[in-house]
Design a protein around this ligand. Structure first.
Ligand SMILES: C[S@@+](CC[C@H](N)C(=O)[O-])C[C@H]1O[C@@H](n2cnc3c(N)ncnc32)[C@H](O)[C@@H]1O
Length: 231
């Protein structure tokens, strides 16, 4: 990726981030489109084989592109009729699923509560020539007023029980009648079944899984679709 091809504003953002992190662009093929994803270059080195979920207070979660996000990115490309449909990605981090959806034609808003990661998203969107993506600072604990969306999507957001009630509230606030929520999580996340049990009171939930290999080790990603009861 030639940084000189970025628009001036995003080039400045890129240079600001580069002062703090060594960077690289990953490519994600979405149909005819290639999404360019700005990432921190030495993340696996930083992790050094440790599971970051072992100590959630220590790790800047937004920094890594989680395998679940890749599965979700693929899933959104299979959704029908993107034209005119709005989609909000919650806890988007690097924003691969949302950017993939934007490449397919959805009207996408990427959100997170870490402003630094939204700078990564802005550069990635510009590098991918996706100029209609919106960016929204959104803390699940203090969700702002926003119009409702046809789709809410999220990967690896259920890692603390204290997020259950705020996230259910966020789902309720931002999902249009008849809308769908797509979630993807590593099967090792202990919180996920507990959350789904809670969510079952208000949503019909489907579940499927996909097996991947990470450094030769098998991992399973759980994929859920939620639809409001009564819709
Ligand atoms: C494990 S990361 C997953 C990132 C991305 N979805 C992925 O799968 O690659 C969790 C994300 O949730 C965001 N997050 C954590 N607490 C949040 C909150 N209270 N409100 C909004 N986002 C939050 C973090 O900044 C981070 O980007």
């Amino acid at each position: 990726m030639d940084i000189r091809t970025l628009p001036e504003a995003e080039r400045q953002i890129y240079n600001r981030i580069r002062d703090r992190y060594s960077l690289l662009f990953d490519s994600l093929r979405v149909g005819e489109h290639t999404v360019r994803l700005l990432k921190v270059a030495d993340i696996e080195e930083m992790l050094d084989g440790k599971d970051p979920f072992a100590d959630v207070s220590e790790f800047p979660f937004w920094i890594k592109l989680w395998e679940a996000a890749m599965v979700l990115a693929y899933a959104v490309t299979k959704l029908p009729d993107p034209k005119g449909k709005s989609m909000l990605e919650l806890g988007a981090g690097l924003g691969a699923p949302g950017l993939a959806a934007a490449a397919c034609g959805f009207d996408v808003t990427l959100s997170d509560y870490e402003d630094i990661i939204m700078d990564f998203q802005r550069v990635s969107a510009a590098a991918s020539k996706l100029d209609r993506v919106q960016f929204q600072h959104l803390d699940w604990l203090a969700p702002p007023e926003l119009p409702a969306f046809d789709y809410l999507i999220a990967a690896e957001v259920l890692f603390r029980e204290e997020f259950f009630a705020p996230l259910l509230n966020v789902f309720d606030q931002y999902l249009k009648p008849g809308g769908r929520i797509l979630l993807a999580h590593d099967a090792r996340r202990k919180c996920l079944p507990l959350f789904l049990e809670e969510a079952k009171k208000d949503f019909h939930i489907t579940i499927s899984s996909q097996k991947l290999k990470k450094f030769g080790e098998p991992i399973t990603i759980i994929f859920n679709q939620l639809r409001r009861k009564g819709d």
